[in-house]
Design a protein around this ligand. Structure first.
Ligand code: C2O
Ligand code: CU
Length: 456
């Protein structure tokens, strides 16, 4: 008898339903359509896609622990889960069509790997992500240090950007060419952990560690603050060598994270808040109403976070360089690019939904940017020849911005590259496999800004 996939899945499900002695059930992440309050409380609810609530359940595990999750697809389209920013085996990276087959509706996939690095990471689908992330699929993944700085409160803020109608309907215009060729699908409403804003009552001088995650498809978030005194301690999960005083504006491109440690310092009737710049005003994302102090004065400045066990960058002067030239988009003047291995004029590309190119290739090319061996250092000068900012993200390998032969920035996994600028990054290759390098403005990656590096 021929065994079809459906029969096979059915019998597998039946087996799983039997109680198993001595085996804890694997926790599930089940993306599915769900109706939730997304707009402020006095508005109607919205049909979104979520892993249960909004955002997805926060995964919080100690450094060195193993993460095990079963993806069970409750959507009507295939999906995967990508663990953004983590160093892990390539087969666990969750990239549809590259590191795994996409998981069909009703199907499942088991992810399991060790958490090497502490910090603030996140998870999201890596199939049609411009739609799936845009409809709400994202969650925080927090890996805690054994030796964490003392704080009164530690919380992640997953920032999501929605294109909404006042009736509560989401504007369902995913994949529109105009958005793709411009700044991406920027919404008109930003939430923090699925709410219009978060309000807390905390004592004056209370110390908070806030982990901001930009889970938007396209919006570069500029976050101002008032009534907090503090420091930036980590970017994209990785500790800064030393805490730096909180800047007036925190800038987070899509996919990027920042950890801040802040003390409630607002006095009188003032509140302490983080606000998102929108035009010439700021919308409150997180607000603390100070209550009476439980300590006489603010705590002393925090020590640096313990560094992650990253391999050193190695000898930059001796390292190979592989340039990445970013072209295309509106006002970019791109006239042709390769797609599916064929050089095509712009008009044909547009018909294929492709408007950007990396090194002359629009969409995932057959050959990588470079093939590097494990342990090798690769420099990548990124040349933005477009009229738009991009946030370039490398899978599986934290990198640093470099200046000549010296590191010039912290470890991170996504970097904003402004129009008509050149930014050079370098990383040390580790796990073998095909690792994506793409723009994390998800409409941009879907319309051409998708490439890869081979480690072999
Ligand atoms: Cu956050 Cu390739 O992804
Ligand atoms: Cu981009």
């Amino acid at each position: 008898m021929r065994l079809t996939r459906r029969t096979f899945l059915g019998s597998a499900a039946a087996t799983l339903a039997l109680p198993r002695v001595g085996h804890a059930a694997v926790e599930e992440l089940r993306p599915s359509p769900v109706n939730l309050q997304i707009l402020p409380p006095d508005y109607p609810t919205t049909d979104v896609w979520g892993y249960g609530g909004m955002p997805g359940p926060e995964i919080r595990l100690p450094q060195g622990a193993r993460l095990d999750r079963r993806l069970v697809n409750g959507l009507a389209q295939p999906t995967t889960i990508h663990w953004h920013g983590l160093r892990l085996p390539n087969a666990m990276d969750g990239v549809a069509g590259v590191t795994q087959d996409s998981v069909a509706p009703g199907g499942s996939f088991d992810y399991g790997f060790d958490l090497k690095d502490a910090g603030t990471y996140w998870y999201h689908p890596h199939d049609r992500s411009y739609e799936q992330v845009g409809r709400g699929l994202a969650g925080a993944l927090i890996v805690t240090e054994a030796d964490a700085p003392e704080v009164d409160r530690d919380e992640a803020l997953v920032l999501q950007d929605w294109r909404m109608q006042p009736t509560g309907e989401m504007v369902e215009d995913f994949g529109a060419l105009h958005d793709m060729a411009h700044a991406g699908r920027i919404g008109n409403y930003v939430t923090a952990n699925g709410q219009s804003y978060i309000a807390r009552d905390l004592p004056l001088h209370a110390r908070l560690r806030l982990r901001l995650i930009n889970a938007a498809s396209a919006r570069i978030m500029q976050i101002v603050h008032s009534g907090f005194a503090g420091w930036t301690v980590a970017e994209d999960g990785h500790p800064l060598e030393a805490p730096v005083a909180l800047p007036d504006v925190l800038v987070l491109g899509p996919g990027q994270r920042v950890d801040v440690i802040v003390d409630v310092a607002a006095t009188g009737d003032a509140t302490a808040y983080l606000g998102l710049i929108e035009g010439d005003s700021a919308a409150v994302l997180y607000e603390v109403t100070p209550t009476s102090a439980e300590r006489d004065a603010a705590l002393a400045a925090p020590a640096p976070l313990p560094p992650n066990p990253l391999p050193p960058l190695g000898d930059l002067a001796a390292a190979r360089a592989a340039e990445v030239r970013i072209e295309g988009g509106a006002m970019g003047g791109m006239t042709a690019a390769r797609a599916d291995g064929v050089e095509r004029p712009m008009q044909d590309l547009v018909e294929m939904g492709l408007v950007w190119a990396l090194n002359g290739a629009a969409g995932m090319p057959d050959a990588p940017i470079a093939t590097v061996s494990p342990g090798e250092t690769l420099r990548m000068p990124l040349i933005n020849d477009t009229a738009w900012p991009h946030v370039m993200h490398l899978h599986g390998h934290p990198f640093r911005v470099i200046d000549g032969d010296r590191p010039a920035g912290p470890w991170r996994d996504s970097v904003l590259v402004m129009p008509d600028t050149r930014t050079e990054i370098a990383f040390r290759a580790e796990e073998p496999g095909d690792w994506l390098f793409h723009c994390h403005m998800l409409d941009h990656s879907a319309s051409g800004m998708m490439h890869w590096v081979k480690v072999a």
